[in-house]
Design a protein around this ligand. Structure first.
Ligand code: 1HA
Length: 276
């Protein structure tokens, strides 16, 4: 597929293809793609742009590589060099944990997000691949949480949702021992969907995206929000319900309500049946 670069970003790359796929990549390879607040605000901006583009159905989310020492990374979490008291510091000196905003934008995106993990997915970077709809990894990929080693923890999606994905015992092992896991182990525990050689990772992602794009966008959106609703409580139900409202607005029954209001008359729903 051929990519066209979009937007002027410093820490990330955003590309779109003509066939309905976008690619978002963290571009700090010398730091194993660790994020700072600016990286995250750029990622939020890119994903919101994608949300507003009705031609895009699938997003490939990855990390630029290799670095000068030849290693690949998806993301190594928060940039510890700018971790201040209370959060990660930007140029304004304000401490932020804005990766939590990004997690929710990705979860709420009415499109399929596929993480392509070319190497390390560690700490807050591991949580980012976790919350994507699907994850494809290179055979050299390495997964793990480090919070309890570096004085941090993600007690939200990073732990509870991890337990939904890999089970309670494995999730507790991952967080309590802070071990690193290879691609095969990740596949065996249901943490990723497939493994491919690194040089084929992006083309594998495009192949999965093309298969998804053959299918009904509305069906896929409703399914994504249904999977989310099971874990996200009322906020998840709100998103699933929004899809029902979208569909209801397309019916004659719903349009009669709007028309009656605009024409300052009582609505006539007599044409609408109480179907079983
Ligand atoms: O837990 C949270 C949050 C929780 C709640 C709400 C928000 C949260 C937001 C963030 C986080 C976190 O992400 S906490 C976890 C932070 N991340 C880590 O603990 C991982 C740190 N990195 C590593 O363990 C390793 O670098 C690595 C396993 C990913 C790769 O090891 P490797 O191949 O031996 O490379 P290494 O030499 O360590 O790294 C290459 C360069 O990248 C080093 O810089 P250099 O010495 O060349 O100047 C290294 O310092 C830098 N680097 C790597 N990861 C980070 C980093 N610099 C800053 N922050 C990093 N995370």
């Amino acid at each position: 597929t051929s990519w066209v670069s979009v937007g002027e970003y410093k820490d990330i790359l955003l590309d779109k293809s003509t066939e309905g796929i976008a690619r978002v990549a963290i571009n700090r390879p010398e730091k194993r793609n660790a994020f700072r607040p600016q990286t995250i605000s750029e990622l939020c901006d890119a994903f919101i742009r994608i949300r507003e583009d009705p031609k895009i159905g699938v997003v490939l989310f990855t990390g630029v590589g290799p670095s000068k020492d030849g290693k690949f990374a998806f993301c190594s979490g928060g940039d510890q060099a700018i971790r201040g008291s209370g959060g990660y510091l930007g140029d304004d000196g304000i401490p932020r944990l804005n990766v939590l905003d990004l997690q929710r934008i990705i979860r709420s995106l009415p499109k399929v997000v596929i993480a392509l993990v070319p190497g390390f997915a560690i700490g807050g970077g591991h949580v980012l691949h976790l919350i994507c709809d699907l994850s494809l990894a290179a055979d050299n990929a390495i997964f793990g949480q480090t919070g309890p080693k570096v004085g941090s923890f993600d007690a939200g999606f990073g732990s509870s949702y991890l337990a939904r994905v890999v089970g309670q015992k494995k999730a507790r092992e991952i967080w309590f021992l802070c071990r690193k896991y290879g691609a095969k182990e990740a596949l065996d525990m249901g943490l990723i969907n497939a493994i491919s050689p690194i040089n084929l990772l992006e083309s594998e992602g495009v192949k999965w995206a093309r298969e998804i794009l053959q299918n009904s966008p509305t069906a896929i959106k409703c399914l994504k929000f249904s999977f989310n609703a099971d874990t996200d409580g009322l906020a998840g139900i709100q998103e699933l319900a929004g899809q029902a409202t979208h569909l209801f607005y397309t019916t004659d029954e719903s349009k009669e309500g709007r028309n009656a209001f605009m024409e300052k008359r009582d609505p006539d729903f007599s044409e609408s049946k109480w179907l079983p």
